[in-house]
Design a protein around this ligand. Structure first.
Ligand code: DCC
Length: 228
């Protein structure tokens, strides 16, 4: 499906050339918010989602939609618009068209607390040890959640450091809460921390700290990321 739906664009030739999806084309030609309930969500995931939606009513929390194609949804805004309050996310990595097999998730932002939480239900494609989520998939969802939080406070950022302690394995199909917050901002550096817990709060699955760096505004993203 991926091969059929995505137009790949080769940008540049030779050293440093990258092959990546054309950001103007959504994976199936249709823009879709991937962070919405579907039939694969367990009752626990639905209940938690409803609780957070309830907390959105007074404006304390905001639901963050997730599109693989930002173009239709952020008209006039450059990729990773700087200092956006909150905006649709661009997730080619974690959005899968088959429901329930990979990352099922929904993110909510608490702007005043500079906190981003992610309700996460890992599917079978994320298996590492038998029956449990692969540590790399846990790192991905942590990086995505923390990164979204850093984006909220600082605009265009990249992960410079991510340190994770894995405390208890995450059973596939279970629901965990990835809870991240900004601890400190020093110039271009954003320090964050994160805990991943079961929804009853009894099991600590992982804890992490991260450093994100706000990209130099005088350089384009291309320059910033080119080989030096
Ligand atoms: C709609 C869509 C939303 C989308 C929402 C987006 C969410 C994003 C989530 C996914 C994010 C990723 O996976 S990003 C992919 C993984 N990350 C990467 O590939 C990053 C690779 N690294 C880099 O490109 C670069 O090293 C940067 C950009 C991180 C930093 O480069 P730079 O901008 O030139 O900055 P530089 O001068 O080196 O460093 C600035 C300051 O930070 C310090 N510093 C730099 N790196 C480190 C480090 N690892 N540990 C400690 N300190 C460090 C330096 O000492 C310096 O301190 P001082 O001297 O000033 O005191």
């Amino acid at each position: 499906m991926w091969r059929n739906c995505v137009r790949l664009a080769r940008r540049g030739l030779g050293r440093g050339a990258v092959l990546r999806p054309d950001p103007t084309v959504s994976r199936c030609g249709v823009s879709k918010d991937y962070a919405l309930p579907n039939s694969s969500w367990s009752q626990g995931m639905m209940d938690l989602y409803s609780r957070f939606l309830e907390m959105c009513k007074d404006g304390t929390w905001k639901r963050i939609p997730s599109y693989s194609n930002s173009v239709d949804h952020i008209p006039g805004k450059a990729f990773w618009g700087v200092h956006s309050k909150y905006q649709p996310q661009l997730w080619q990595t974690i959005n899968m068209d088959t429901e329930g097999v990979g990352f099922e998730y929904a993110m909510f932002l608490n702007p005043s607390e500079k906190r981003m939480v992610c309700l996460f239900q890992p599917g079978p494609y994320l298996e590492g040890p038998s029956g449990f989520a692969h540590g790399g998939s846990t790192a991905t969802i942590i990086d995505s959640t923390i990164g979204s939080c850093a984006t909220f406070v600082a605009g265009r950022v990249m992960t410079a450091n991510l340190s994770i302690n894995y405390r208890n394995p995450i059973p596939l199909g279970s629901v965990v809460l990835v809870d991240s917050k900004v601890d400190q901002v020093e110039g271009r550096k954003v320090f964050l921390s994160c805990h991943v817990r079961s929804i009853d709060g009894q099991t600590l699955h992982a804890e992490a700290t991260a450093l994100f760096i706000r990209l130099d505004s005088t350089k384009s993203l291309q320059q910033q990321m080119s080989c030096q």
